[in-house]
Ligand binder design. Sequence first.
Ligand SMILES: Nc1nc2c(c(=O)[nH]1)N[C@H]1C(S)=C(S)[C@@H](COP(=O)(O)O)O[C@H]1N2
Ligand SMILES: [Mo]
Length: 496
Amino acid sequence: MPAFFPYWVVVLHFLNIFLMFLLFRSGLEVLSAFPKLYWHDDCPPGREWLRLSKKMYGADSRRPWTSLDEEESWSPVVALPGRKNLGLGRHWHFMTVQFWILTGAVYVGLVVATGYWHYLVPTRWGLVPDSINSIGTYLRFEIPPKIPGQPFEPAQKLAYFVVIFLLAPFQIATGAAMSPSLLARLPWYGTLFGGKQGARSLHFLGMCAFASFIVVHVFLVVVHGLPEELAAIVLGDAGADRRLALGVGLSGLLAIVVFHVVITWFSLRYRRRTQRLLGRMVDPMEKVLSRTASSHQAYRQQDISPYHRVNGYPPPGQEYAAMAVDDFRDYRLMVGGLVGRPLSLSLQDLRALGDQHQVTKHNCIQGWTAVAEWAGVPLARLVAEAGPQEAARYLVFYALDDKGLTEGEGRYGFFYETIPIHLATAPQTILALDMNGAPLPIEHGAPVRLRVETQLGFKMVKWIAAIEFVAGVEDIGMGMGGWREDQQYYARAAGI
Ligand SMILES: Nc1nc2c(c(=O)[nH]1)N[C@H]1C(S)=C(S)[C@@H](COP(=O)(O)O)O[C@H]1N2
Ligand SMILES: [Mo]
């Protein structure tokens, strides 16, 4: 039998504290972008079971609003980095989660290899009544006895087991169930959790469970006798020098606090650098998911959401309004760049290129979802028609909405996004002309919008004016791969 607190437990326990706090704070940042929780993927305004925002927008509101208006600015004291930085919060979350899973895997590996699992894994049902007894003992303000020959009392062992072997995997599973690529590839996986909104809600409740565990855990460590317990978990030996243990323990906690202060400040001060640095660790993981996944969604007509949120205000100009009253008769989609055959296509030309229907689920990066039927031209047809040159690697979609005019908030420029050519030719990538059996409504992107069903919503450019084939995205806009990447520091990778 190993010592009760071998060094690897001490080290991994500390690493876990360090990573968990990063996950808590960055998770709250993600939540702040859509601080509402639902049990159904239709998620209409007003039907949320939890709303952490005072703002209310009705589905029937007369004042135009978009989902970005629902975003809240949370303090950097609670959220990482705070102040409406969804893109950077996601970066921190996805960077950290890789290390957290690795830490967990190493821990479980060692727990199994060393036989430490005897202390953590219940091997007889009697542990349950014993745990209830233990809790009763605590409620009489006494400390229950340890299991003979083991470091923990029964309720403690059971709680650790539940947290390590049930709650942690549950958080990973519900987290994965929010990835649009994964959901597009394996829609059944989402249904295990009641859809993406179910997964969001459960992921949030899982976080609450983790937080409650930590509070009770710390409280009971104090109750059990802080000096010895601290010596045990900091130095691996309950009999070790207490002052040393206190010193090391406090230094560890202080180091975590200082680290958080520094990265929060850095993230807010140097947003572009943070986006690039963390992107280097997040993009490869996203690539693995996004590369292998292609969308095969086939929801039924009755799954179509009665209410579909809007993100992005329509183009405000006279020119667009004039085109719209004319049912876009004068509209032309320009296709150019590194192609053999530049094109200029009217809506009629586009309709002649194909008519693909699909009922799919939209995943906005903020967290909301909605199911709709989209119909239009497979983008692969248009790519074939234009004949990309050897050097063409990305497609740029230029839109008609100037965000400086429609949104402000210090952001400016016409909306655009890029996608790699392999996504352009994916089976459910279409230029949509119709939504739910009618021509695209203005707010959803009339006359033409992109649908790339493995990606987050921000890639699906509405009000498309032109498509350009390019070798790289560095020279487009600010070079980060799209307007939201440039201006809101989102990841270019949009499969998670
Ligand atoms: N031109 C343009 N396209 C855009 C946006 C925008 O602001 N402008 N917002 C994007 C985002 S973030 C999302 S979630 C979807 C929303 O599509 P919907 O309004 O049809 O629901 O459009 C995307 N396409
Ligand atoms: Mo979005």
